[in-house]
Design a protein. Sequence first.
Length: 268
Amino acid sequence: MQNINHAELRARFNPDGSLLRRQQMRMLDILIEVDRICKKHGIQYWLSSGTLIGAVRHRGFIPWDDDLDIEMLWPDYQRLMKVLPEELPDTMALQNTDTDPNYYFFYAKVRDRRSHLEEGNRYDRVWKEQGIYIDIFPFYKQPLWIHLLSEKAQGHVYKIMNRMGSDLSEMWKVRLITRFNDKILFPLLRRICNLSNARETYGLGIPYHDPRHMEDTLPLTEAEFEGHLFPVPKDCHRALTLKYGDYMRMPDIDTLQPHVGTLTIDGD
């Protein structure tokens, strides 16, 4: 295991008052609010991906990390999507295919309304809400072939967005494909999933191939993240090793690329 100098990393990447640290604190505010709502309604979720690495390796954000991810199973996700619009404070907004007509991701975001963020890939250029956010990923037990089929079905949207540039004349195609998948294809695929005995869980239409094993995840436990306790998988080591391999090994910090292109933050 590498010897990690946490103070040195904080000083280099996200010292107090820096733009990145302010962004991280806004994401933490959103997470605290979502956690409150989930607890109130008995909805299970857990920290995931780089956020989970941060909890295990740094007890908070990976110092250079500029996003925050949580996951949950599909039934909990459906419940959360119903209660969030009524429960979130006015400074935050739920963003999904129901709340934003041009949104085409099959996972949700909760956005901060007192900031403006433009990501480097500019997939967000047509969305109504463009503030700092956290991602909420829904997972469903399914064979890998169903996940790959759903990914391919929604992948046409990314191709359209990549070629469209500033000319938005093909946005009708993006909306049509997304709506077809959301209302017709993916519900059909979920019915097929119910007939399978798949062990792995993936997100339909989400372009990530790494599975989750529920025996590594449930029942949930807790871990410290930025001075708060949040739900994490039962076996964080197995869950992170499945996704990343040696997750405790630090990357080459001189080659890191942030997600954010430009960012402004108001109201600190």
